[in-house]
Design a protein around this ligand. Structure first.
Ligand SMILES: [Zn+2]
Length: 329
């Protein structure tokens, strides 16, 4: 879908509202306050468009109530357009560009971006446990320390960079989170929350994985220290290609990411990875399976499925805060 098609599908705010109601309430209207299934449309001169009254609690609501678009003053079309940009860009969108494209100021664009990323985080939390062959890896992400003459700064682990744990199922979804270090006490409970016990895990030589591996159906390790990167099926190349995307997004778009906002940017990169389908491509008579992004409209539906309950809260500093999605387990 290109921008012209977007304009055709969503010509007006009314069309956007109709679309949102269809996606957010696929089985009929639900009152976001009490869950009641019976409600009626309010009408009259002074009534906002799309305002309903619940028969159960008598509360009023619209399709955006208790979603990240709650009490928005922006046209719904601006919101959908922002989602379109975030889904469609392969590397991520900075708030400066988003502001230009949407015709809003940068502060507003920043808030819209984070509201959409909150839905993306909810999507990651809603996925099933990773299964099959699952690669586990850690990545250290953060800004470079200031240049100092004659000082060689250490890299990666042991620096103040944020530790990100990456768990990725081969040909399947990824789960990446910021974790407070790579000790057994941190890794073991976290990995249980995202990886199925029936999975066969692949890791590098990090010591805590020895004990963690015993809690899964199988465990293979590659020894990066002695330049062993693959041994038959045993490798963590998929996790490393996700890490490379993360690194590029950081350098190209997010520039400097403070660890406070890092989890939200992670959600954006994860959402893109997790919404691809395997497609057979033929080249020179050879067929190859490559991962291709799902159609934008399909991704938009998947994203908006997460809208209810992901309402953003304003912080006392004027920023936004999202209730962090909870894990099962
Ligand atoms: Zn109600």
């Amino acid at each position: 879908m290109d921008l012209n098609q977007f304009r055709k599908i969503f010509p007006s705010d009314g069309a956007c509202r109709k679309y949102l109601e269809k996606v957010v309430w696929p089985h009929g209207r639900v009152c976001p306050h009490c869950g009641c299934l019976k409600s009626w449309l309010l009408s009259g001169g002074s009534v906002r468009a799309g305002l309903y009254e619940c028969s159960g609690c008598r509360g009023q609501f619209t399709v955006t109530t208790k979603t990240p678009m709650h009490s928005t003053k922006l046209p719904l079309r601006t919101w959908l357009l922002a989602m379109y940009f975030l889904i469609n860009s392969s590397k991520g969108v900075s708030s400066v560009f988003l502001a230009k494209w949407l015709g809003v100021n940068q502060k507003t664009a920043w808030k819209i971006g984070h509201a959409i990323r909150a839905m993306m985080a909810a999507h990651a939390a809603s996925l099933r446990l990773l299964d099959g062959i699952v690669e586990l890896d850690e990545k250290y992400l953060g800004g470079k320390p200031r240049f100092q003459q004659g000082v060689k700064h250490p890299r990666g682990k042991g620096t103040r960079k944020a530790c990100i744990h990456v768990a990725v199922s081969r040909q399947g979804p990824v789960q990446a989170r910021m974790i407070p270090g790579d000790s057994y006490a941190v890794l073991a409970p976290y990995i249980k929350q995202v990886v199925s016990p029936a999975a066969r895990i692949m890791t590098d030589q990090l010591q805590p994985y020895v004990a963690i591996g015993k809690q899964f159906a199988g465990h293979d390790r590659v020894h990066h220290g002695i330049k062993e990167f693959a041994r038959g099926q045993a490798h963590v190349n998929t996790a490393e290609s996700f890490n490379a995307i993360l690194e590029r997004a950081k350098q190209g778009v997010f520039h400097f990411v403070s660890s406070r906002h890092l989890p939200r940017y992670l959600s954006e990169v994860m959402f893109r990875w997790n919404n691809r389908d395997p497609v057979e491509k033929k080249r020179n008579g050879l067929s190859k399976i490559v991962m291709q992004a799902k159609p934008v409209l399909e991704q938009l539906g998947i994203l908006l499925n997460q809208a209810v309950g992901t309402q953003l809260r304003r912080t006392i500093y004027g920023g936004v805060a999202t209730p962090q999605p909870l894990f099962r387990g």
